[in-house]
Design a binder for this molecule. Structure first.
Ligand code: AMP
Length: 285
């Protein structure tokens, strides 16, 4: 496994791999890797000749009062977890390398940035769309792997690839969960013991909505009420949203006609957690 720590050496390695005819799989991450990230890396290893995992805590996708500074960084532990999977490259770049002085070019989308997390994290998806565009141009992957846990991100990036005509196969990998249902996340590391217990309520709420759907309910109001009931007894939680949305437009719907996305975001102390389930299908992708 090769560690490449600047844009120039990444570009050279990619050129050589492309010349040899290898298919390249890219797994963009911000590090602090857990089994969810590793499942993306394994999917890429299974699917592509060469797998590159990028580790870059992207300042552009954090708001001014968010956790960029204290986001967990443990590069050595991350590399140790990736090596046995058969990952070929780990790319780490510095913010200065990605956004040199005078940087002023951004990727924006109309419509998909505003709902759900976009309403609470202004600028977040601009940061995501910009860094992923740059990573695609740099790593020139044939396929790129993202987690369903960040469903809005997957929808934004699929649209970006279609709209800009990137020749990249965007693959979405199911959410990996802890035994109590909590979606794995680097931000779970911030949780105290009692908040860690409360954090499982996100998945319990989504499961309550899904159970109603599975028993034939199609109106979203009772599903939202069922989610609220799960959150009600938890003192410490600040629910930012719990929505049932159209999986293409991300707009709220009153009835689930075919497929829908049930999505939640909540703050538990210093951790902002998100999760989602698909109604009417196993996956949107
Ligand atoms: P992050 O490092 O949080 O930016 O995540 C990097 C990639 O890993 C994104 O595509 C995430 O959606 C994905 N990911 C994060 N958590 C999980 C999880 N629990 N299961 C599957 N994929 C995940």
């Amino acid at each position: 496994m090769k560690l490449l720590q600047d844009v120039r050496s990444v570009r050279e390695a990619v050129r050589a791999e492309r010349r040899s005819g290898a298919t390249i799989g890219l797994v963009p991450t911000m590090g602090a890797l857990h089994d969810g990230h590793l499942s993306l890396a394994s999917a890429s290893v299974a699917h592509c000749d060469v797998t590159a995992v990028s580790i870059f805590v992207n300042p552009l996708q954090f708001g001014p009062n968010e956790d960029f500074e204290r986001y967990p960084r443990d590069f050595e532990a991350d590399a140790k977890r990736l090596e046995p999977l058969g990952v070929d490259y780990v790319f780490t770049m510095t913010p200065e390398d990605m956004y040199p002085e005078g940087y002023c070019t951004y990727v924006v989308q109309e419509g998909l940035f505003e709902p759900l997390c976009g309403a609470f994290r202004p600028g977040h998806f601009r940061g995501v769309a910009t860094v992923v565009t740059k990573l695609f141009l740099l790593a020139q992957p044939h396929a790129a792997f993202f987690g369903q846990k960040d469903a809005q991100q997957c929808i934004v990036l699929k649209r970006l690839v279609d709209d800009l005509g990137f020749d990249v196969d965007v693959r979405v990998v199911p959410t990996m969960r802890e035994p109590d249902g909590l979606a794995m996340s680097s931000r779970n590391l911030y949780l105290s013991e009692s908040r860690r217990r409360d954090a499982a309520s996100l998945y319990r709420a989504l499961s309550a909505a899904r159970s109603l759907y599975e028993t034939g309910e199609r109106d979203t109001a009772p599903m939202i009420a069922a989610m609220d009931e799960v959150f009600a007894p938890i003192d410490d939680i600040v629910v930012e949203y719990r929505e049932i949305v159209d999986p293409v437009t991300l707009q709220r719907i009153d009835r689930v006609e075919s497929r829908a996305l049930a999505a939640v975001a909540a703050k538990l102390g210093p951790s902002r957690l998100i999760d989602n389930v698909v109604l009417g299908a196993d996956t949107l992708w």
